[in-house]
Design a protein around this ligand. Sequence first.
Ligand SMILES: [Zn+2]
Ligand SMILES: [Zn+2]
Length: 292
Amino acid sequence: MVRDPLTGEGALLGTTRALRPNEFRDGPEDRCAFCPGNEDLTPPEIARYGDASGWNVRVFRNKFPAIVPPDGDHEVIVDSPRHDEEVTALGTEMWRERYAAALERAPSSYPVLFKNSGAYAGATILHPHTQLVVLPDLPDRWERMVEGSGCTLCDEFARAAREETLVAANGDAAAFVRSHSRFAWSLTILPARCASSLLAADAEGWNGVAALARDAVQAIGDAFPDRRAFNLLVYSDPHADAGSFHWHMEIVPRVSTLAGFELSTGMFIRGSTAQESARRWRRMLAPLDGSI
Ligand SMILES: [Zn+2]
Ligand SMILES: [Zn+2]
């Protein structure tokens, strides 16, 4: 990791990243590297769910890594053999398994789980997949999240129903729109039990969060069938003190791109209020009624 002495901002040097094929720019490859039957196109398999007849989820090192051992690691998790399944129950199970495996290998590391889907969200491969970048240090932005006393997200969530920013809930998790998030359409999915690491969640707690994420991603696909683009971000600090960080997911539909003002100042311009965004999310999720 390198640091800009002018701004203090950190950056990784991933010199092979520019060599990546880009299916959104250049059209689909003849053989999708992430599809069954084309396993020879990826680096060696690290893990899979499935058997000799096939796989449901498959994991390998990123061919074009942002960071490499011994500094860190960069894995790709192919969530499904299909192109029309973005977030799956088995896939999210694998996310947690790989997160735990990374910490077993490097106990002081900070694994970062995220999903880019669609060209406007930074994806270069059409086949749905999730990435795990294992960092040696806590990212600056997360460090600022941990600062301060008490749990900010617990406080915000306690006000969500009254402020009409609550979108959906099940027994283990809730989805709401934060009034101060960078993007108006960001959906925060918060586990009911406050813990700093996602590994502190039991199976029900994890599945409760994952189920809301699956519904939200499905709703984005239904609402923007031709221009679906979103990022799914998992925030979890395995080394934070209890009560100082609340692990959670953020789903960011990419309805706008970062422009000059954002790049210059690091500040974001919200196009709508949290209440308006929450109403829109509730309308988008209504057709999926019964799953939440
Ligand atoms: Zn494919
Ligand atoms: Zn909390």
